[in-house]
Design a protein around this ligand. Structure first.
Ligand code: SF4
Length: 330
């Protein structure tokens, strides 16, 4: 029986742990938070079927019988000695890094006013508002209009993130539907460069948002947001279809923040000589045939630690990594 340590108790790490324990390995799952689930564990509804995120986490937890779970276990380094590893004092024959991602820090886009204006929030805060049934502006009123901004912190040279975060377009679509279903009197405007809704059922959701729910999509680039005297936001937008600048007022502005590498990616990398790409996510040995392997034999990757992924992709990637680890240990 081999020992496997998994760094990260989000959906990818849990999915891998479930498979590896069933294959007879001694699995230790380390999660820096006080509970398992990662980001998904904090979210409300997820696309494409608008399911409760908690159902996904509960299902994955159901496969963890026999897994040694260590919460509040922040892992910053991996030690290597011969073919063995040590992670926070635990010995392992193989290590899986499933450290996930960090949401982009919206204060870095100062021109959008996050942290400056009362009614500018992130997609994470919107999710929390929808979860608690309190879609409100700072003064406690239901907004009559909401602006959702795509690509905040993604596809943006100014913040050194040229990659697409891959899921935020569909998150915008899902959020627009939720707002319109719960607050039919609220206008929803989405400011997008192009819509990347590529997964199964995503295009249908995009159509539904417009045809059934009345969400408005404006192909544009938001240049800046300014607060009006009444705390609404004046948005200066370049309409890229009409080729004209436009101004629009909204009561609440939501920045759909992208995914950035985990805060511990840098120290994990340096501790053992792992490689990262230009995007600062971990680099896999081969993007096609060895997409869960690192440059160090015995260290594997799963989930958004190697780049933005949807929930289903992260779960599938976790299970693929588990198969690779099982094969390595055999
Ligand atoms: S998924 Fe959409 S919103 Fe997210 S970075 Fe890509 S294009 Fe932008």
């Amino acid at each position: 029986m081999a020992n496997v340590t998994i760094i990260g108790g989000g959906v990818a790490g849990m999915a891998a742990a479930g498979v590896l324990t069933k294959r007879g390995h001694e699995v230790t799952l380390m999660e820096r938070d006080s509970k398992l689930g990662g980001h998904v564990g904090k979210w409300y509804k997820v696309f494409p079927d608008i399911t409760d995120a908690s159902e996904i986490v509960d299902e994955l937890k159901g496969d963890l019988n026999g897994v040694k779970i260590k919460t509040n276990a922040d892992v910053k380094e991996i030690e290597k000695s011969g073919k063995k590893f040590k992670v926070n004092g635990t010995s392992a024959d193989a290590v899986l890094i499933a450290a996930g991602f960090e949401p982009f820090d919206a204060t870095l886009k100062e021109e959008y006013g996050y942290g400056i204006y009362d009614n500018v929030v992130t997609s994470l805060e919107l999710d929390e508002m929808l979860k608690t049934g309190k879609l409100k502006t700072k003064d406690g009123k239901t907004p009559k209009s909401v602006g959702l901004v795509h690509c905040v912190g993604s596809r943006d040279e100014k913040v050194n993130n040229n990659y697409c975060s891959r899921v935020c377009c569909t998150n915008v679509i899902k959020s627009g539907i939720e707002i319109k279903e719960h607050y039919p009197g609220t206008d929803v405007f989405c400011f997008y460069m192009d819509v990347r809704a590529y997964g199964r059922g995503y295009e249908e959701l995009y159509r539904k948002s417009q045809e059934e729910c009345g969400v408005t999509f404006i192909r544009s680039r938001l240049s800046e947001a300014n607060e009006n005297a009444d705390k609404t936001l004046l948005l200066r937008v370049e309409d890229t279809l009409a080729g004209k600048p436009m101004k629009i007022n909204v009561d609440l502005l939501v920045l759909m923040v992208g995914m950035c590498p985990s805060v511990n990616a840098g120290s994990l990398k340096n501790s053992i000589g792992l490689e990262t790409g230009d995007d600062r996510f971990f680099k896999t040995k081969n993007k096609h045939s060895a997409n869960n392997e690192s440059n160090i034999p015995g260290v594997f990757y799963a989930g958004a630690t190697t780049g933005p992924k949807s929930i289903v992709e992260s779960i599938t990637d976790g299970r693929a990594a588990a198969a690779e680890i099982h094969s390595y240990l055999s």
